[in-house]
Design a binder for this molecule. Structure first.
Ligand SMILES: Cc1cc2nc3c(=O)[nH]c(=O)nc-3n(C[C@H](O)[C@H](O)[C@H](O)COP(=O)(O)OP(=O)(O)OC[C@H]3O[C@@H](n4cnc5c(N)ncnc54)[C@H](O)[C@@H]3O)c2cc1C
Length: 269
């Protein structure tokens, strides 16, 4: 039985510049870390591995530096890692990202039982990749998993946090799940274990390794959403204190709303 856990390397700071032309993050020269939500995904995947003796592979799409998060995943107990890296994959939106990850799963791990994702990332933050991977792979998807029970090699019991209610379901493999932080406190890799990890258990996958290697389906070319403009919102006039009687306050309010270019939108006059 094979389990794939999807992990992403994200900036470890909020101060990240965006390329004004392409609208993608300028990742070079900034500190990075494993997406914190993916630590919960690894933790849950390790629990399932323990009961099923499954082989657990961590996969990440990113530049060469993303090998660091694969090493962390292996230090935590994953058996091996796959770095999905090719210029053709750069600039992917959610659709292209999820398609690439799904394509890797179906190309190199055809008999996978379970794909485990984090709930969301701290950079892109869309929380859509897991569900979209399931759609590409034509597998059922269960989101926000916060607990497991009745784990076997053919099916798994899942408790999903639906906000105002918890749902218990039993799902046959293969399936895709995303994991909530409510699953519990994950382990962190020790420096000692990390220092013992080498890169020989990391396989690098490029476009040519995929069953569908049409470059138009990946990266910027395969992304239907393109960033038109990224800009910092201005906050010069966002607090206006209005005093007086109701009529005076309303008159003042209308005056502020009609005269202030911030409220009308600076770019649109
Ligand atoms: C400035 C900026 C502009 C953007 N503009 C757009 C846009 O216009 N349209 C658009 O669709 N997207 C846009 N994105 C989103 C960007 O493309 C995403 O980073 C990417 O698609 C992955 O989605 P996510 O980070 O939101 O993942 P989420 O859906 O939040 O992540 C859920 C889980 O999926 C897995 N996962 C996600 N990414 C990876 C990965 N690379 N490798 C392995 N596992 C992964 C992890 O398990 C993660 O916990 C933008 C991002 C930025 C920073």
């Amino acid at each position: 039985m094979k389990i794939i856990v999807c992990i992403k390397q994200v900036p470890s700071t909020q101060k990240v510049a965006v390329d004004p032309t392409t609208g993608v993050l300028i990742r070079s020269g900034i500190d990075t870390k494993m997406n914190p939500y993916d630590l919960y995904a690894i933790d849950l995947a390790l629990q399932i591995k323990k009961s099923t003796k499954a082989q657990l592979t961590a996969i990440t799409m990113g530049p060469d530096s993303a090998k660091a998060v694969l090493k962390e995943a292996m230090a935590l107990g994953c058996d091996d890692g796959v770095l999905i890296s090719d210029r053709a994959f750069a600039g992917a939106d959610v659709l292209a990202t999820s398609y690439t990850l799904a394509s890797v799963v179906s190309s190199i791990a055809k008999d996978v039982a379970l794909v485990v994702c984090g709930k969301q990332t701290t950079d892109g933050d869309t929380a859509q990749v897991g569900a979209e991977m399931a759609a590409h792979l034509k597998m059922p998807f269960v989101g926000l998993v916060m607990g497991i029970h009745d784990v076997t090699t053919t099916s798994i019991g899942l408790t999903s946090d639906q906000g105002n209610q918890l749902v218990d379901l039993n799902v046959n493999y293969p399936a895709v799940i995303s994991v909530s932080e409510k699953v519990g406190q994950p382990d962190l890799p020790s420096y000692f274990r990390l220092s013992q990890m080498d890169e020989t258990k990391i396989k690098v996958v490029t476009l040519q390794d995929l069953d569908d290697h049409d470059p138009n389906h990946y990266g910027l070319s395969g992304s239907p959403t393109q960033v038109e403009k990224i800009f910092e919102p201005t906050h010069d006039n966002d607090h206006v204190l209005i005093h007086g009687s109701t009529k005076e306050a309303m008159d003042h309010f209308v005056e502020v709303m009609t005269s202030n270019h911030y409220f009308r939108g600076k770019d649109h006059g």
